[in-house]
Design a protein around this ligand. Structure first.
Ligand SMILES: Nc1ncnc2c1ncn2[C@@H]1O[C@H](COP(=O)(O)OP(=O)(O)O)[C@@H](O)[C@H]1O
Ligand SMILES: [Mg+2]
Length: 261
């Protein structure tokens, strides 16, 4: 039932670009629609990729989530758009948002999402890698946080930077955030290097914080180009199966783990 799920606002974040955040946001949301019910994707990255991946872009002057930060609006209801997937809505980004905030208050997004929680079973936040004020707003608004990570040595760096910000917000502002959840993405199970990086991730963060991997699947990239989730494009693909499993893990993780702080 909408609004009844405990961990309903799920943040997808990392301090690096190209780590599969938007792919995870769009495709996890498509699975949440099937398992929980009406789901909203909020595209906080001014690149507007989550909107594009769902076939929606805001033209100049149309309402976007970034209106919250430019002071143009304190509400989001007018910015909600339907997608081609039944039950899946999106609030698009402003592709013209230059990072000039007139509103920097860290609870701005949380306050604007509060009245929407009752309408959706899940709300998925896709974020830009670098705009700190947006990341902090998203961390304050979220109930859970998923960090998609490439299994490359350099990725460990971006991850530890993000983990520092995560634990600061979890400790001081939003204890409900709970534990960090890392999702290895673009995984090639034959790669020895990727297995070594995964072992290091497990050593650093603990096995209970690492979710099963999303493997490389060109269907995911193709579906993005068509502006639809992989579930609607190739329901029998490896990508669709991996996201179905991730969705199951997101739900059980929420029930079994308690905050690390
Ligand atoms: N599991 C995957 N298999 C194949 N391609 C993927 C996969 N995950 C992401 N991609 C592709 O990798 C690129 C970067 O992914 P994206 O989700 O846009 O990352 P981010 O939002 O972190 O910048 C995109 O072209 C996307 O289609
Ligand atoms: Mg992205």
């Amino acid at each position: 039932m909408p609004g009844s799920t405990e961990h309903s606002v799920i943040l997808i974040a990392n301090r690096k670009g190209g780590t599969g955040k938007t792919t995870v946001a769009v495709n996890l949301a498509a699975e949440l629609v099937r398992t929980r019910g009406p789901t909203l994707v909020v595209d906080l990255d001014p690149q507007g990729h989550a909107g594009l991946g769902l076939g929606v872009i805001a033209k100049a002057g149309e309402p976007t989530v970034h209106d919250l930060f430019t002071g143009q609006s304190a509400r989001l209801d007018g910015a909600i758009r339907r997608t081609s997937v039944d039950g899946l809505d999106v609030i698009p980004a402003s592709r013209g948002f230059s990072g000039e905030f007139t509103v920097r208050e860290p609870r701005t997004l949380a306050a604007a999402l509060a009245p929407l929680r009752a309408r959706y079973a899940a709300i998925v936040l896709d974020t830009p890698p670098t705009v700190d004020a947006i990341l902090v707003n998203a961390l304050v608004a979220a109930d859970r946080c998923l960090v998609p990570t490439l299994l490359h040595w350099l990725a460990l760096d971006g991850l530890s930077q993000f983990a520092r910000l995560f634990f600061r917000v979890a400790a001081h502002v939003n204890p409900a955030l709970g534990a960090l959840a890392i999702v290895p993405v673009l995984v090639d199970t034959r790669s020895t290097m990727q297995r070594a990086v995964l072992a290091e991730l497990i050593r650093r963060y603990g096995p209970e914080h690492i979710f099963r991997a999303i493997r490389v699947d060109v269907s995911l990239a193709e579906a993005f180009g068509l502006g639809i989730p992989v579930r609607a494009y190739r329901p029998a693909s490896r990508g669709a199966a991996d996201f179905e499993r991730l969705c199951g893990e997101v739900s059980s993780f929420a029930k079994t783990y308690s905050p690390p702080l």
